[in-house]
Design a protein around this ligand. Structure first.
Ligand code: HEC
Ligand code: HEC
Ligand code: HEC
Ligand code: HEC
Length: 354
């Protein structure tokens, strides 16, 4: 379901023409907004979504790679599956593509011809940010006739900065980039899990899950090369920090004992255990901060405010950790984690090759 603050915000920012049609647009696709809640938010502002074809104008190979992933195929396949029908029936949902309880994680929504429309599965912008305000800045290399390879360094630095300020989530922003994954893959929706019987989150590990079918290192290397060791070390640890943060947020939302609360509490405990294991061989200030604060968390029902406070503290340290390791490429201080990194045969799904 949509967050009403966002609707109001949309109303204000939408053009006058759009605004006049807004109420009817939502009605046209039959979306209801009755139950506000943690997971019930579109994640991306539909009015700011450009869609994967807009990126594909320049990133053709990347779009091809994405089309072979479950993130793309879910658009067609999920609503047709028996498992989806079963979940939807238990939830009292008639049309999967019109109910925000499924839309938030499986689809990307945009405004097409003034109508709120699911346009694809989980797309470029689900991870890199809704593009409207940054796509032009991002792809202007110094005037109409200047190609990326001839861009002045000063221009590039400013372009990166401006794109990010306009909402682009660039690969160097490891925390925000990876936080997207956990926002969906922990499945923070109690009703969906307890009533719908939806899986209570994936056994998600960031290196394993980002280096298989999701991998699209196709611009700077044509061979879709694996992330290098520096990147993998940082990914692995940030992934565990985020897993803990999102699991704590998940437990905070739990209102009844059931599959959801149990799965979230287990997830939090497992993530903390991993961080403790990493801490045995990696000496890092933020890692220690996170372990210390999380060890005080009481994983129980009706403990929302204290748990959210711990999660916020974990987030602050995780962001700092991510910033430390995306500015400098030297991750030798993290080498202690190497024995935990998954080997290539463990990567999830088939790697795209041209
Ligand atoms: C008009 C062409 C064009 C369009 C449209 C375009 N890009 Fe790019 N993009 C480029 C070029 C050229 C580069 C490589 C130069 C560079 O480093 O930015 C690039 C680089 C990138 C990078 C890595 C560089 C960085 O900023 O860290 C990302 C991520 C990216 N694009 C995402 C997207 C997404 C997502 C979209 C759609 C919303 C998109 N691009 C649309 C041309 C484009
Ligand atoms: C909070 C995010 C979230 C919401 C909301 C959500 N899903 Fe999912 N769903 C996921 C994730 C993540 C997976 C992949 C799980 C995995 O890999 O273990 C998934 C997997 C599935 C699958 C199994 C894979 C497939 O496509 O066949 C089905 C079926 C499914 N979801 C149906 C639904 C339906 C129906 C709804 C709406 C009632 C819904 N989901 C809402 C996150 C979500
Ligand atoms: C599931 C999340 C996700 C989706 C969907 C996604 N990206 Fe990315 N993208 C990432 C991550 C994570 C990285 C960084 C990978 C790394 O550092 O190893 C990245 C890196 C990139 C890069 C820089 C790497 C390179 O060599 O090209 C570009 C360009 C890019 N993405 C464009 C796109 C475009 C265009 C789409 C849609 C067709 C897309 N991405 C869809 C998560 C995503
Ligand atoms: C907007 C929600 C969303 C985001 C963001 C997201 N995912 Fe997913 N992802 C899903 C859903 C839903 C599925 C299940 C699709 C299906 O099979 O129907 C899925 C499936 C996958 C799969 C295939 C799993 C399988 O069982 O084969 C991988 C791998 C994956 N995601 C990795 C990632 C990574 C890595 C990131 C972050 C860089 C990410 N995802 C971000 C929602 C999301």
């Amino acid at each position: 379901m949509i967050n009403m603050n966002k609707v109001v915000q949309l109303e204000i920012t939408a053009s006058r023409r759009l605004r006049a049609l807004f109420t009817s647009s939502f009605l046209l696709v039959g979306i209801s907004f009755s139950t506000p809640g943690f997971a019930n938010d579109y994640r991306l502002e539909p009015a700011n979504v450009k869609g994967p074809d807009a990126c594909g104008e320049c990133h053709k190979e990347t779009v091809k790679a994405w089309k072979q992933s479950h993130h793309s195929s879910t658009f067609k396949d999920m609503p047709r599956s028996d498992e989806a029908r079963d979940i939807a029936d238990k939830m009292g949902i008639k049309r999967i593509k019109s109910e925000s309880d499924c839309l938030t994680c499986h689809f990307t929504l945009a405004i097409e011809e003034e109508v709120l429309t699911p346009i694809s599965g989980i797309s470029c912008e689900s991870c890199h940010g809704a593009g409207k305000d940054w796509i032009d800045v991002h792809s202007d290399f110094g005037g109409k006739d200047v190609k990326a390879e001839n861009e002045e360094l000063a221009h590039k630095i400013k372009r990166y900065k401006d794109s990010q300020a306009a909402g682009m989530i660039r690969p160097s922003n490891l925390y925000d980039l990876a936080a997207n994954c956990y926002g969906c893959h922990t499945v923070p929706n109690e009703k969906l899990v307890n009533v719908g019987g939806h899986t209570a989150g994936s056994k998600f590990e960031l290196v394993r899950w980002s280096q298989g079918e999701v991998r699209h290192n196709l611009w700077y290397s044509e061979e879709n090369t694996e992330a290098d060791l520096n990147r993998k070390r940082a990914f692995y640890i940030i992934g565990k920090m985020l897993d803990l943060e999102y699991a704590l947020r998940g437990v905070a939302q739990a209102s009844t004992g059931g599959d959801y609360a149990i799965a979230m509490a287990k997830r939090a405990k497992r993530a903390l255990a991993f961080l403790n294991k990493i801490d045995e061989t990696v000496d890092d200030k933020q890692l220690t901060e996170i372990i210390n604060i999380a060890s005080t968390a009481k994983l129980k029902l009706n403990n929302k405010a204290p748990l959210l406070k711990v999660a916020d503290t974990v987030a602050t340290s995780a962001k700092q950790f991510a910033a430390n390791y995306s500015v400098s490429d030297d991750t030798s201080a993290l080498a202690g984690v190497d024995s935990l990194l998954p080997s290539a045969d463990k990567f999830k799904g088939k790697v795209y090759q041209k």
